[in-house]
Write a protein that binds this ligand. Structure first.
Ligand code: S3P
Length: 187
């Protein structure tokens, strides 16, 4: 199935979802399975600036980070087929969202608040979760962001599923979504 998906893809795949949804993990596994490059957009920003996301938020503010994020994703979307993991807030920028819907196959990894809270609990690298009770913050973000995320090409549920199961769901969804390469002899 992986070869057939790769052959029919033609556009980047963009992983979207909240913090803890598994965008980086599943995106990396998908890239591996399809044998295409993987790019973590936030990691690229950290490499380009030589600063962690937390430090950019702290020293330059969230709006400066959002500008970097928008420019970076716009650039990544112009390149070859690849899997791009975005930061959870990227799609909330209208320009970024419009580009993603237009130029990629977007995959929303959907998860409920309990799943996201437990998956993000061990990490202290996310500035947005440092400002209060992480569960409450994530619940607020679900309310504000899920209506936008629901515009993704494909939605894959990740609650109570291990990474292999989620990867399988993503591959099955891509396989079902992508048009067949066989062109009928007579149209
Ligand atoms: C953010 C999510 C983070 C990172 C930044 C802001 C957000 O990425 O971009 O901390 O606004 O949801 P992950 O979703 O990869 O954790």
């Amino acid at each position: 199935m992986a070869k057939s998906i790769r052959a029919r893809l033609g556009r980047p795949v963009v992983m979207i979802g909240l913090m803890g949804a598994g965008k980086t993990r599943i995106g990396g596994m998908l890239a591996n399975a399809l044998d295409v490059p993987f790019v973590d957009a936030d990691h690229e920003i950290e490499t380009m600036t030589g600063m962690t996301i937390a430090r950019i938020f702290q020293e330059q503010g969230e709006s400066a980070f959002r500008v970097l994020e928008r420019e970076n994703i716009a650039r990544l979307l112009t390149g070859d087929v690849k899997i791009i993991a975005t930061g959870g807030g990227a799609i909330m920028n209208e320009e970024t969202a419009a580009l993603v819907w237009d130029k990629s196959v977007s995959v929303w990894l959907r998860a409920g608040v309990d799943t996201l809270t437990s998956r993000t609990a061990k990490s202290d690298t996310r500035p947005l979760l440092q400002t209060g009770n992480p569960r409450d913050i994530l619940a607020g973000l679900i309310e504000r962001r899920y209506p936008s995320y629901s515009n993704a090409t494909l939605t894959v549920d990740t609650d109570e599923a291990d990474v292999q199961t989620v990867l399988g769901r993503v591959m099955n969804s891509l396989d079902a979504y992508l048009p067949s390469k066989d062109i009928p002899a007579h149209v």
